[in-house]
Design a protein around this ligand. Sequence first.
Ligand code: RIB
Length: 285
Amino acid sequence: MPSICVVGSVNLDLVMIVDRVPEVGETVLGGDLERIPGGKGGNQAVAAVRSGGDVYMVGRVGEDEAGRVLRRSLEDAGVNTDRVLETPGCNSGTALIAVQADGDNAIVVSPGANARLSAQDVRESAMVANADVVLAQAEVPREAVLTAASTCGGLFVWNVAPVPSWTADLLPFVDVLVVNEPELRAVMGSTTMPPTGEIAKWSAASGIAAVVVTLGSEGALLVSEGEVAQIPAPAVNVVDTTGAGDAFCGALAVRLAAHRAIPTVADVQFAVAAGTAATQVRGAR
Ligand code: RIB
């Protein structure tokens, strides 16, 4: 079975449905508050299990009720949580999420225990060296992600979300970069969507074997050594886009782990299908 080690965040999502997200200085009324397990790391780990992976999570939760709920939800989904560490005196990560009627969302994250994930926590996790793929995001500290990237024994896949100030430190270790369009623009320092030729030149200069850009309802773009392809998504009724990118990353990681090589068009098609399916249900998982 392809093995995936996810190094990342685990959050409790506090979700409210709103007609539209408020502008700065504005108040809007929403629906009932829901508490749902989330966090980009946790969501991607669960998505990878659903796609057939043997999944190990490295992260931190608080010493609180939310932490117990979050750990249990990962275990129930089939994720190995031996390295999901309880953090004394700390709250679990929490995300405030407003989901609009059209399915789009706005998210604010309080990292809580995620901010305590250390280089040592990662170094002590044997699966970072042993897994076919190490999958990380950017809701945990630089030192943790950098250690995961530099000690990874298989492919290192980085979903640069949210884009951190330390992005450049990580790029030399990245095999496959997964970004959405605003993240790609931020990472490449571009005000507009860069043409595929520029993405190819930039990734080659950065030593990245493949860049995968998620494009929402438009599918995804694959730019790799020797291949450029746009992969369309099927048209669906979108309910909630929260976690669609995470479902994409988890599914892609399983495909890459199975052949331990950079993405093919078929791999990205598989990931697009998983991301699309995730938009048809409420919640991040
Ligand atoms: O990608 C969606 C996730 O982002 C949410 O589950 C929230 O916790 C934040 O991490």
